[in-house]
Write a protein that binds this ligand. Structure first.
Ligand code: ADP
Ligand code: MG
Length: 241
């Protein structure tokens, strides 16, 4: 990843709306991220934050909900993983079985695995446990991830809802919920699944919800309005419906 040239993104339009929007950051060092996280980012070969990372990281560290739109390949994964991992370390909470402290929902197994790999790199040499569950493999095996407990649980939506239905996962300790690739989940017919998930999540009053998408069609705008509170909207580049 160190060879990727993101400077081509420097002149693309940025749209940011919301109340009291935290200012963007110029580099990882000036972000409100723990030292170990900044070190792990450097180890990953990231030198400067991408435009979505510059805008999204300070919004999340400030404790706000977020709707973020930026094209595929623009670095959305790190823009939520870095502040979430850093904030979990800032304010440690005992890990309980079946009670993830951050939940990241992905439309596909492949994407979930990519997020998992990045999360492990960013959480390197911390005590945080990262878990993953997805469909298409035995429930029993995946259940290990849950029963052993994960601070950060990465999941495909369908499998996560299975665990929720069986009461193997609850959101009582969940401080962060990320809906990644929300537009893709919508295209796959998961809007009711997302609503069902959010109904469970909102039983816990104190949490941040973060939505990420490559496009911003009306249906996503509607879901953002339903799921997010006093949120910041960030769009990088052209994000038509
Ligand atoms: P998106 O989720 O927006 O499609 P990803 O988060 O998957 O994009 O990132 C695309 C690629 O860019 C990945 O290989 C990732 O490791 C790399 N990347 C992300 N942020 C940076 C950065 N700041 N510097 C260098 N590479 C980065
Ligand atoms: Mg992505």
């Amino acid at each position: 990843a160190s060879g990727i040239n993101f400077s081509k993104y420097d002149n693309i339009p940025v749209k940011v709306t919301g109340n009291d929007v935290p200012p963007g950051i110029k580099n990882f060092t000036s972000a409100d991220l723990r030292g170990i996280i900044v070190e792990n980012v450097k180890k990953s070969g990231y030198k400067v934050p991408t435009p979505i990372q510059k805008r999204a990281i300070p919004v999340i560290t400030a404790g706000r909900d977020l709707m973020a739109c930026a094209q595929t390949g623009s670095g959305k994964t790190a823009s939520f993983l870095l502040p979430i991992i850093s904030k979990l370390l800032d304010d440690p909470q005992d890990l309980e079985f079946g009670r993830p402290q951050a939940v990241i929902v992905s439309p596909t197994r492949e994407l979930a695995i990519q997020i998992f790999d990045e999360a492990r790199k960013f959480a390197y040499e911390t005590y945080l446990k990262i878990g993953i569950v997805y469909g298409g493999t035995s429930f029993r095996h995946q259940n290990d991830c849950i029963t052993k407990g994960s601070h950060v649980l990465i999941a495909t939506l369908g499998r996560l809802l299975d665990f929720v239905d069986r009461a193997f996962v609850t959101f009582e300790d969940t401080r962060f919920v990320v809906l990644d690739e929300a537009d893709r989940m919508l295209d796959m017919g998961f809007s009711e699944g997302m609503r069902k998930l959010m109904t469970h999540v909102t039983m816990r009053p104190q949490h941040q919800t973060l939505m990420f998408s490559a496009t911003f069609p009306e249906d996503i705008q509607r879901l953002a309005g339903e799921f997010l509170n006093n949120y910041v909207f960030v769009a990088i580049g052209m994000v038509g419906g």
